[in-house]
Design a protein around this ligand. Structure first.
Ligand code: SF4
Length: 687
């Protein structure tokens, strides 16, 4: 038994610290790290069973060109050549990277630098686009920078916690334990979610709103707050820019009765929520995929930020809007600018920022405008405009909306590279080159969790076969493409220090994201780094990252919610199970985790089930305009009538049904580009 290694969980954005003790032959003991600020020693079921997922079964252990094993030199040479050739013949926007919140910050940094500074395109997007890009866009509109203005400590200080579109008990269990502890001490919990989830079951109040009516709800609450004198006019006057016509939007349709009708909730419940909000200045509104994964996701985020800004509930202990991220390092990706719509160090593509980052990188070909966001990226692949695509650590053939089209696009793409730990994924079947990446327990670098705490992921297992870290793989390709000195990294600490220097480079203090102390860390200090949260309490002084230092109230209007009709009389909602993660490439390896839900279920209200002659436990086929898939019916009154719920996890590899990605529409929020997974017109029939 070796000494325990301090690392971080591989799964969700809570970012729990783990003590991993290797017992040889890839056996490992997993415990919660009592000294990590995110979890203080606690772990949920997924984290607890991580030790069952580090075996080598199904691992990709050496590079492959087609179906043949290849040397690293041959594979890397081929990748560099095909990307160079495509760029020479069709230009820099003919190539793309699609990366992942599973990458470490160092991996993300190098991939982003190669694409945006050297290839000269911003065609690098990430599966985080599917997870929290509406929060990024909403924060940027409201605060001038993508800052999460809350921390877990705020949950300990809040008197009212409002969870919007988040089954926190299942999806962020350790944060939920913290919420429960606060509620046990007297705080109130309101859950806003169309489904009566386990989280909603334990709330003081559950508003099962009609899907897609969040803006009406939050605007209605804001209008009510104004009438009730809860709006903090002094805070607005000092710290916010309020458009002249902002309050005009709260006319007809904003009264409590109209909002109750639009949201389809009892008026007395709505009033209770409004009164709870008015009575508790220390309110945290935590939101997740139910808000973000919508074609109005950014507006929904800003309906929440408007509410907190207008009531002055931000920058104070226990008072903030709080976007909780799904993935272990979605936040680290945001810090390095790993989205097609951001540049680096929380900068956008304003000409000054492009020039600044270009100077820092001594970049020969800076991208000057945003690139293709995930849905458009795969659409472009399908249209033949992307000639070379590199997918890292993600499985878009399952997870993208309209996944059937994504598969067709991948099949037609002239050159697809997949870096992954798994030899056979639904996506890697389309790869011309497969590159074996380091997995959790082998990786070495940093991650940032939902509250901006940066922690180390550390290796405690040897790299198996010929697997290599992602930052190393990208570095080797960059050098082979001709940029040897610009990618001088020998270890992840080299990348980290450059990232930290960029975060403060020519920063006049207008950006909150800055890691000055970290920039000087030597390798020993990098290796010994303890978790730290950057940014303190954002906006505590009322200053925002906008040119005039004021936050923005953003007018947002509830869009009409289409009534289900004709061929598609139901509304399909998607989400996670407690014990599975994404497309199950890791959690699917744990027999204990499989016990919670052994197969994909379609949840349906008893009235609908009776009308459609669907019995509990029988097979049912869910159909949408995009495709169809089989599920086992679960008849439950936690569903709203007329609505269905299915999980996102199952794939071609794991089941004959439950392929939810085939069902969702490729429609995205116009501001953030985040796909609207949550409200798909659907039908369901017994089989
Ligand atoms: Fe891992 Fe998230 Fe569970 Fe913590 S809450 S142990 S980070 S899956």
């Amino acid at each position: 038994m070796t000494a325990a290694v301090r690392t971080t969980c591989a799964y969700c954005g809570v970012g729990c610290g783990i003590l991993a003790t290797s017992a040889g032959d890839r056996a490992v003991r997993i415990e919660g790290d009592p000294n990590h600020p995110a979890n203080a020693g606690r772990l949920c079921s997924k984290g607890t069973h991580l030790g069952e997922t580090v075996g080598l079964e199904g691992r990709l252990l050496h590079p492959m060109i087609g179906k043949r094993r290849a040397t690293w030199d041959k594979a890397l040479d081929l990748v560099a050549k095909r990307f160079r050739d495509a760029i020479a013949q069709y230009g820099p926007n003919s190539v793309a990277f699609y990366v992942s919140g599973q990458l470490l910050t160092e991996d993300y940094y190098v991939a982003n630098k190669l694409m945006k500074g050297f290839i000269g395109s911003a065609n690098i997007d990430t599966n985080s686009r599917l997870c929290m890009s509406s929060a990024v866009a909403g924060h940027t509109r409201a605060f001038g920078e993508d800052i999460v203005p809350a921390s877990y400590d705020d949950l300990d200080a809040a008197d009212l916690i409002v969870l919007v579109g988040s089954n926190t008990a299942w999806c962020h269990p350790i944060v939920y334990q913290r919420i429960r502890a606060r509620c046990d001490a007297g705080a109130k919990l309101v859950v806003i979610d169309p489904r009566r989830t386990e989280t909603a079951d334990q709330a003081d109040l559950h508003l099962a709103i009609r899907p897609g009516t969040d803006v009406a709800l939050m605007n209605g609450l804001l209008a009510w707050c104004r009438e009730a004198g809860v709006v903090d006019d002094a805070y607005l006057a000092a710290h916010a820019a309020v458009p002249d016509d902002f309050w005009n939007q709260f006319g007809e349709g904003s009264d409590l009765w109209s909002v109750a009708r639009i949201c389809d909730v009892p008026p007395q419940d709505l009033r209770r929520f409004f009164e709870l909000f008015a009575a508790h200045p220390r309110t945290v509104t935590m939101f997740s995929q139910g808000v973000n994964q919508s074609i109005a996701g950014t507006d929904q985020v800003n309906a929440i930020t408007n509410l907190h800004l207008a009531t002055g509930r931000i920058g104070k202990p226990g008072a903030a809007p709080f976007s909780i991220t799904g993935q272990p390092n979605a936040m680290g990706g945001r810090e390095v600018g790993g989205l097609a719509s951001t540049l680096a160090a929380h900068m956008d593509f304003a000409p000054d920022n492009v020039a600044r980052v270009g100077r820092f990188w001594a970049a020969p070909a800076m991208a000057t405008k945003p690139g293709l966001k995930a849905v458009d990226l795969f659409r472009s692949v399908g249209e033949g405009r992307i000639k070379a695509l590199w997918i890292m650590a993600t499985n878009p053939a399952v997870s993208m909306p309209d996944a059937g089209r994504v598969r067709e696009a991948l099949a037609a793409c002239p050159f697809v590279v997949v870096s992954d730990v798994i030899v056979d994924t639904d996506t890697s079947r389309f790869a011309h080159v497969r590159l074996p990446a380091a997995g959790w327990g082998e990786k070495d670098g940093t991650v940032t969790n939902s509250e901006r705490t940066i922690s180390r992921q550390r290796p405690f297992l040897p790299l198996p076969g010929e697997a290599k870290p992602d930052w190393w793989i990208v570095t080797q390709v960059a050098r082979r493409m001709g940029w040897k000195t610009a990618f001088p990294y020998d270890r992840p600490g080299d990348v980290w220090r450059e990232h930290c220097r960029l975060s403060t480079y020519e920063n006049d203090g207008s950006r909150l994201f800055a890691l000055p102390r970290q920039a000087g860390l030597g390798n020993a200090a990098y290796d010994a780094m303890t978790p730290f949260r950057w940014g303190g309490t954002p906006f505590a002084d009322g200053g925002y990252s906008t040119p005039d230092g004021r936050a923005r109230l953003v007018p947002v209007v509830q869009k009409p919610v289409a009534a289900p009709l004709g061929q598609w009389p139901m509304t399909l909602n998607t989400g996670r199970y407690r014990d599975q993660w994404h497309t199950m490439t890791r959690t699917g390896l744990s027999p204990k985790l499989a016990r919670h839900r052994e197969e994909p279920l379609v949840e349906i209200h008893p009235d609908d089930a009776a009308r459609l002659d669907i019995a509990d436990g029988t097979l049912a086929r869910v159909t949408t305009p995009q495709g169809d898939s089989l599920y086992r019916a679960s008849v439950v009154d936690s569903q709203r009538p007329g609505e269905l719920f299915v999980p996102i996890h199952w794939t071609d590899r794991t089941a004959t049904g439950g392929r939810t990605g085939l069902l969702s529409r490729p429609l995205a929020d116009p501001v953030s580009g985040q796909p609207g997974f949550k409200s798909t017109p659907a039908n369901v029939k017994p089989v």
